[in-house]
Design a protein around this ligand. Sequence first.
Ligand SMILES: C[S@@+](CC[C@H](N)C(=O)[O-])C[C@H]1O[C@@H](n2cnc3c(N)ncnc32)[C@H](O)[C@@H]1O
Length: 227
Amino acid sequence: MSLNLYAKIEPYIGFKKEQEELHNLFLEKLLNLGVKKVLDIGCGSGDFLLKAQKSGLEIEGIDLSAKMVQRAIQKGVKAFCIDLCGFNKKVEAAVAIFDVLNYLNKKELKKFLSCVDNVLVKNGFFVCDINTLYGFTDVAQGSMIVDKKDRFIALDAEFEDEILETKITLFEKENSGCHTKESGVIKQYYHDIEELKLFKNLKLIDIDFISLFSDLSDKAILTFKKE
Ligand SMILES: C[S@@+](CC[C@H](N)C(=O)[O-])C[C@H]1O[C@@H](n2cnc3c(N)ncnc32)[C@H](O)[C@@H]1O
């Protein structure tokens, strides 16, 4: 998957307002759960880590993109470029925010949830979001162009057979005046909440449908408790 290409375009594609709104909802949930030690899985460039740290949580993050982790560390937070299944400390809660679960296909999701289970203490919590079907068909699908001084980004997303394929093309101007072209595809997978209920050990205790990008529910925030 083109995680490093995504990391390159992330600062330019916006969604900052929606990201902040989502982060505030996650923070509120963690504070209400009364947890202290938290792991942010797929922490990206560390904005949630910083917000949670400022609110007194002991939080660290992991992400598979080295570029994202580098950006997070520059913000003064603890972040590591390691796979979740290699994380060997225990936390009271883990979060996976802004589509992280949708990046995983069904097989990867099963393994991911068993690794979430491994990092949680007994009675620990896992809070994550997933896109609703409406979020995929009516919000995420479509094209978008970003035309900045030194770069041009084209995104073209199509949802078919429960998979959203986003084709990314990035043109970057070099010092010589020439442009380099990079392209890649990011896949996101729709997951039915009913399927997520089937995972042993993590019990779904709360579903909160939210509308980030439109008036209808385009995402759900799910809270699981380790039994
Ligand atoms: C849309 S970004 C969200 C970043 C951040 N959580 C936020 O709220 O802004 C998704 C992030 O998930 C990371 N990611 C995707 N698959 C992952 C995996 N299997 N394990 C860890 N991180 C992953 C990507 O590198 C990317 O930084």
